[in-house]
Write a protein that binds this ligand. Sequence first.
Ligand SMILES: *Cc1c(COP(=O)(O)O)cnc(C)c1O
Length: 386
Amino acid sequence: MTALRANAAVLAKRLAPARLKCVVKANAYGHGIDIIARGLFAAGWHDFCVATINEALRLRETLGETATITAWLYGPGTDLDAAVAAGIELGVSTVDSLDRLRAAAHRTNTTARIHLKVDTGLGRNGLAPADWALALEHLQDLAAETGSAAPTPELEIVGIMSHYAVADEPERIETGQQTQMFTDAHRELTAVLDGAEGRLGDLERLEVHIANSPAALTLSPFPGTAARVGLSLYGLSPLEDQNSQDLGLVPVMRLVSQVVNLKDVPSGHGASYGLTFTAAADTRFALVPGGYGDGIARTASNKAEVSIRGTRYPVVGRIAMDQMIVEVGAGEVAIGDEVVIFGPGGPSAAEWGAWADTINYEIVTRISDRVDRVEVQTQPNDRPGL
Ligand SMILES: *Cc1c(COP(=O)(O)O)cnc(C)c1O
């Protein structure tokens, strides 16, 4: 928890005056959403983002009414009433969802708070240019219908958002192009909100957010009034050429197991299913619980390393559903020893990403429910952890 709070403070300082929105989707990138969200909330961070409405509703139950929660991924069949009633702020990526959200607000007798999402080049969610224009027209009509009465009760535009495609590659020109397109969209929305004289939302309080972790760590001047930060909150680097330490961050997840069996094996002995590894000399195998059933990547078989008593040893043979074999040779290892699979004191999630042909994002996020999440408070000179 110490690491998490320190990372949030480092990131917030870097972003100021823009605000930190904590992204806790996908079980807080595998860290355990309840522990993470409660920890951040208690430390004074009250603004959270998730992808789906189910995640948002669950988070609302965990954190209560005072947390700001934003979600942006839902389909034509998703029931929006519960989200609107629970005060979840929703991203809007289709013209049609404006009407659906109005209807949901009407039925639940509340206001739908929305972030208009512009697709500035990622090609994923968000209103593409033609739909963006339609959405603005639609909103103008709405404001006109409402006349000069009270603010439109059903919809309140609280933000404009977009998402970068290549912010982790600072030399690429597309990021600047996306920022430009976002700035143009922001200007157009400002004109519409201005014309609506408060009936569509308060222009002064409009949140403007396009940055993710890599953008938050690299872009200057910083675009927007807030950033949606996920990965680097957990102390991991989204950048190829800088690690956590370079960025002043501390990895939050430390995945540990223990040695549960040790055996001397002769030269030529195989290891695990398929016998894809054969001992080149007499050696010693340590058996370590932890496998793909726990979310540990099988593609890292015969490549990964783990740490025992501060020494790195190779994972030999295929990583199975529940366990893996580590060749400890003549190393000083005893049954019961702690094994650091990744995190402080062991290999990094980024190294596992390289071994498994993926990225550190996936390495932490895929850790399954079978693994206990234990919250650790660390002292300044102690090993960092959750
Ligand atoms: C996941 C996600 C983020 C956070 O990205 P990080 O690189 O982990 O900081 C921000 N915005 C959107 C739309 C996302 O899907």
